[in-house]
Design a protein. Structure first.
Length: 251
């Protein structure tokens, strides 16, 4: 059998499930650390519930993903997850979901592992969002999830550090309202409202335009040129203000 015939016959099995996201839709890729709950506490031994060293590893990973070949408008991270909003006109890999997922998961795994010095893996999924409102709603959803998880985590680990078992601490926190969780922390000298914003709301990564002064050797004059720099924002706004903030990032 000629190679061309064999290639054509078998290539169909490789590409049978290819799906390309239609151009008019937004693409958000969400990545999650595989087994990070166990790894961060038992193997890597980061401080619970939050460790700035782990935050900085995640920030490094998001920054890498923003520059690895896709046109990313906004990156957001909370806990061990990352959400990337691709620019609406991004056509990388012809918008094939299998390529987007595999490449970004691989890039995230490699970037985190090299920076940390220990192996780590991320999985990925694609969210197809047809309009700007749903994009804003998506990021507000993850933003609220960060707040909920942070409140639960601080309550849980406060109880664990006081000697409660896993089951008793879990049961105690699950039966409380949000206000009661705030009260529980306050009674133990933790004011949740005064904790670092990145713990409660996650952080964002995006490009900013700056002016850089240069020298034109042909005219002998100084000139200013626009440059795009990557900015990591650990003080994200809240509520409707965050929704407006995300809307500004949509391109």
């Amino acid at each position: 059998m000629r190679f061309d015939d064999l290639d054509k016959r078998l290539r169909q099995y490789e590409t049978a499930y290819d799906f390309c996201v239609p151009q008019e839709n937004f693409i958000v890729v969400r990545l999650d650390g595989r087994g990070f709950t166990r790894l961060t506490k038992e193997i890597w031994q980061f401080e619970a519930p939050f460790d700035i060293r782990f935050r900085d590893l995640m920030a490094h990973t998001v920054q890498h993903l923003m520059k690895c070949g896709f046109n990313v408008a906004y990156g957001y991270s909370e806990s061990d997850e990352i959400s990337l909003l691709l620019r609406r006109d991004d056509d990388t890999f012809k918008r094939k979901t299998r390529k987007i997922i595999s490449v970004l998961a691989g890039e995230a795994s490699a970037a985190f592992s090299v920076a940390h010095g220990q192996p780590a893996a991320f999985d990925a999924r694609v969210c197809i969002l047809p309009n700007e409102k749903l994009v804003v709603d998506y990021f507000r959803w993850r933003h609220e999830d960060a707040h909920r998880n942070a409140l639960n985590a601080h309550c849980y680990w406060m109880l664990r550090k006081k000697g409660e078992s896993v089951s008793r601490a879990t049961e105690a926190v699950s039966g409380l309202t949000r206000a009661q969780k705030h009260d529980l922390l306050f009674e133990n000298n933790i004011n949740f409202n005064e904790l670092p914003a990145w713990q409660k709301r996650g952080f964002g990564v995006y490009f900013q335009t700056t002016l850089k002064e240069g020298f034109n050797p042909q005219t002998g004059e100084t000139a200013q040129a626009e440059r795009q720099i990557l900015h990591t924002d650990f003080e994200l706004p809240l509520g409707d203000d965050y929704g407006a903030f995300v809307l500004e990032r949509i391109v």
